[in-house]
Design a protein around this ligand. Structure first.
Ligand code: MG
Length: 286
């Protein structure tokens, strides 16, 4: 099941793609309302959704990020694919070397997430090393507290694509990554949320990035060093994860700072992020 937030006749509506390939409007004011609804009543809405409300064609709508305004900052994993960890440590040993055996967690301010086709603001007055990071993002559909690893996927609602856009000069210069990854427009998301039933647990989907048509990143989403069940279980010990929480699981090798010399983003570059089964998130740097 693929869920979208779209603009239709000037207002945001939440839709599900129906078997005919069109969009059925769901009775929620926002994706956050859907995600925080009681799981049982949400299940009834989604199962009946194809029959009720109106149907829209793609020509009538503009697709936004599935969660245009997250309720909280996005939780992120750092250096969670082996080859990306190596390229990051090579770029800046002091900034990126971490203790073995522990996951790197940080948060990313995401006040407003650009959707497919929306520009990525480059902030070039303060950024000289703009980079891309295609990531599988996990969306929680119920509150999670003290979750065992074997139960972790009970709390997952679905998945989307996030581009963890990063200003390397701010990220390394300030030590903490919050500023360099949290500038306005640095969390493009989309095109939809795919509900978890569509994939294996954990998902093993091809993940790729192209810059101006050049393939830069290519991996499979089950190659994470710290997997989804580990992350949900670990973080939920002593820290309640609310419904609607977004967890970006880390990026594979092939980011701009991994090349010698680095291939950072410039104004006009087209960033195409793809995860098999979810779709394509394409944005142009502005
Ligand atoms: Mg990242």
């Amino acid at each position: 099941m693929k869920l979208y937030t779209v603009v239709w006749q000037g207002q945001e509506v939440v839709c599900v793609e129906n078997p005919s390939g069109k969009l059925t409007i769901l009775p929620y004011r926002s994706m956050n309302d859907l995600l925080t609804d009681d799981p049982e009543s949400r299940k009834m809405v989604l199962e009946g959704g194809y029959a009720c409300a109106g149907t829209l064609s793609w020509e009538e709508v503009r697709v936004l990020a599935p969660i245009p305004r997250p309720r909280q900052d996005v939780i992120c994993l750092g250096m969670n694919y082996q080859k990306h960890k190596a390229e990051a440590e090579q770029f800046d040993t002091q900034a990126f070397t971490r203790e073995q055996g522990r996951a790197v967690y940080f948060s990313k301010r995401a006040t407003h997430c650009p959707g497919p086709g929306a520009p990525i603001p480059g902030h070039f007055d303060m950024v000289d090393s703009l980079d891309y990071e295609t990531e599988l993002a996990v969306i929680l559909g119920r509150e999670a507290k003290n979750v065992a690893q074997e139960d972790a996927f009970d709390y997952v609602f679905g998945y989307t694509i996030v581009n963890d856009v990063s200003a390397r000069n701010l990220q390394t210069g300030h030590k903490q990554w919050y500023f360099g990854k949290g500038l306005d427009g640095f969390t493009p998301m989309g095109p939809c949320i795919v509900t978890k039933e569509a994939f294996a647990q954990p998902p093993a989907q091809a993940i790729r990035t192209w810059i101006n048509g050049e393939l830069r990143q290519e991996a499979v989403t089950d190659e994470l060093i710290f997997g989804i069940a580990h992350v949900i279980s670990e973080l939920s010990q002593g820290m309640t994860l609310q419904a609607g929480t977004i967890i970006a699981t880390g990026t594979p090798a092939g980011v701009g700072m991994g090349f010698d010399p680095p291939k950072f983003l410039q104004k006009g570059d087209i960033v195409r992020c793809q995860i098999e089964g979810i779709g394509v998130l394409e944005n142009t740097v502005e």
